[in-house]
Design a protein around this ligand. Structure first.
Ligand code: ZN
Length: 266
């Protein structure tokens, strides 16, 4: 005979597998692999995956979309009676929606040290100042949920490195440098788009790096590495973007180190 806890755990695993299927769908579309489903009355009434890039929307998190769908299916904004399954610990926005929609339970897979709002950085599910509390079960299929993310990011890093090694860059340099100069002027209100523009330009062209060094752009100063990485991380509260920023900053410092040592050799 199974204990109720053990049975519940098996049920949670079964639904987490559906959330993982959704995460794989996200991955197939080039999205960060996070998936979710909403269960009501013993059946899955909504499922979705991260589609932030596809929808060009900052709220297109897997569980956020799944909760919106669930409300449409139930034809009510209250998700009372619902359990949300999601492969990664929800962020503040999604945990906030769980409170606003009065979900009963949230079951998540891996922990998010940089954004988790249900236990890691915050514990919104039992913050007495808020008008709703709900049950949270964490770490269900943690290994599978986190390895799909780790593999995704390591593959992406590899692809970037390969693209950089291929050195595909053909546009007139002067145009690129102008764009870079404009981008640099705005570096104080840097945003994701700008940063990826910078990243593309810099990764693609050593001449641009040279230009930056000659013009004494301090971002390429290779000292205070740790400080710079921290700065890069602070540019966003979004874990994925932080990751990109840090990666880019690291690349930037690597490129300029190589460049400077080449100059010294000449
Ligand atoms: Zn979220």
């Amino acid at each position: 005979m199974q204990t109720p806890d053990k049975l519940q755990n098996e049920i949670d695993i079964a639904y987490m597998k559906i959330a993982l299927e959704e995460a794989r769908l996200a991955e197939a579309q080039g999205e960060v692999p996070i998936g979710a489903c909403v269960v009501y009355d013993g059946r899955v009434i909504a499922r979705d995956h991260n589609r932030r890039e596809t929808d060009k929307s900052p709220c297109a998190h897997a569980e956020f979309l799944a909760m919106q769908k669930a409300a449409q299916v139930l034809e009510r904004w209250r998700l009372t009676g619902c359990t949300v399954y999601v492969t990664l610990e929800p962020c503040l926005m999604c945990a906030g929606l769980m409170i606003n929609s009065r979900v009963d339970r949230c079951v998540y897979g891996s922990f998010d040290p940089k954004g988790g709002a249900l236990g890691t950085l915050y514990a919104l599910q039992n913050d007495e100042r808020l008008n709703h509390d709900f049950e949270v079960v964490s770490g269900v299929m943690d290994d599978q949920c986190s390895s799909i993310l780790k593999e995704f990011f390591s593959r992406r890093r590899k692809e970037r490195k390969q693209a950089k090694a291929a050195g595909t860059f053909s546009k007139p340099q002067i145009e690129e440098i102008d764009e870079l100069r404009q981008a640099r002027a705005q570096i104080n209100h840097i945003d994701q788009e700008l940063f990826s523009l910078l990243a593309q330009r810099l990764e693609a062209s050593n001449e641009v790096v040279q230009y930056k060094i000659e013009h004494n752009l301090d971002i390429l100063d290779t000292s205070r590495e740790e400080e710079k990485l921290k700065w890069a991380e602070s540019l966003s509260s979004d874990q994925e973007i932080q990751h990109l920023y840090c990666e880019f900053m690291q690349d930037l410092m690597d490129i300029s180190k190589t460049y400077q040592s080449n100059i010294r050799r000449k």
